[in-house]
Design a protein around this ligand. Structure first.
Ligand code: GUN
Length: 290
């Protein structure tokens, strides 16, 4: 079994980006600048946003964290987005999700200028992704693709089963795996909570991508011998032996599934760091697209 080491792969990507940033600076070009808006923020969102800011430092980007109160009105948030849309110093920005219940996520996604939408969530960028036109690709699915590419995993003609149809992971993941490209050219089945015979379908997957959002959902009986398993899930569960009081687990029952598959991404240290590396790639391309 080969471990799909997202931590190491993300470090490699970040070193490559750091080299490119050095060249930009040496040529007197602008240093890429990423901003992140965090509204309120439970512990997990704050951790993710801080990790994104830290990654900016590592690759030599400038970064701005806009941390606003959970009680902020939708209008105030939209005004802040407009400010960033019109700020020439900022090359790209993200609004960390989820948002408080009183704010309409769809409205927020639409408000971000497609040119600065380094999350790749704007409908214009999603449309371009579907049409295989150059654009910002959503960070998590693109991180998964980059991981498959760097581990030389053949996807062409393979049966890829994606579990979960979320707008930010499952749906774009299924489109990217089916697109004409490398990685890509897979025969994709997108499964979700209403899928009949889920276990049986998963057990036919050459590549199984779990983005279901339920801890340890994928058990060994759902996995074909020799399959490639990618775990997009991340869940905090209590663990009194840890200083933080919790540990992280994924959507996949790693201990049992890893005995059956050819490749598997761990949690933590799999898709999570790749998502951040992918965001850095998008921010760099925001400069290059200018
Ligand atoms: N919340 C969980 N994943 C993401 C992501 O990729 N981008 C943003 N903005 N929020 C998230």
């Amino acid at each position: 079994m080969v471990l799909l080491d997202g931590k190491k792969t993300a470090q490699d990507i970040q070193l490559e980006i750091a080299e490119k940033v050095k060249c930009l600076k040496a040529d007197g070009k602008k240093t890429p600048h990423l901003a992140a808006i965090l509204v309120g923020g439970d512990g997990a969102s704050l951790t993710y946003v801080n990790a994104k800011v830290k990654a900016c430092e590592k690759v030599g980007f400038e970064s701005t964290l806009v941390h606003i109160d959970a009680t902020t009105s939708e209008e105030d948030l939209l005004n802040k987005i407009d400010e960033l849309n019109n700020d020439d110093a900022i090359d790209g920005f993200i609004v960390q999700l989820p948002l408080p219940k009183h704010i309409d996520e769809a409205k927020v996604t639409l408000a971000v200028s497609p040119r600065k939408d380094v999350d790749g969530f704007h409908p214009e960028n999603i449309g371009k992704m579907c049409l295989n036109l150059p654009t910002f690709l959503p960070a998590t699915p693109n991180g998964v693709l980059e991981m498959l590419k760097r581990y030389n995993i053949e996807t062409s003609g393979k049966h890829c089963v994606v579990i979960g149809r979320s707008h930010i992971v499952g749906s774009p993941m299924s489109i990217l795996m089916a697109r004409n490209g490398n990685p890509g050219n897979a025969t994709v089945t997108l499964t979700h909570s209403r899928t009949s015979n889920l276990k049986e379908i998963c057990a036919t997957a050459d590549i199984l991508i779990a983005a279901v959002g339920r801890p340890l959902f994928v058990t060994a009986d759902m996995v074909k011998e020799g399959a490639v398993v990618v775990d997009v899930g991340i869940h905090r569960v209590e663990d009194s032996s840890k200083k933080s009081g919790f540990k992280l687990i994924g959507d996949v029952d790693f201990a049992n599934v890893s005995e059956k598959c050819s490749h598997i991404s761990p949690v933590p240290g799999g898709v999570g760091p790749m998502t951040i590396a992918s965001l850095m790639m998008n921010t760099l391309s925001a400069i290059e697209l200018k």
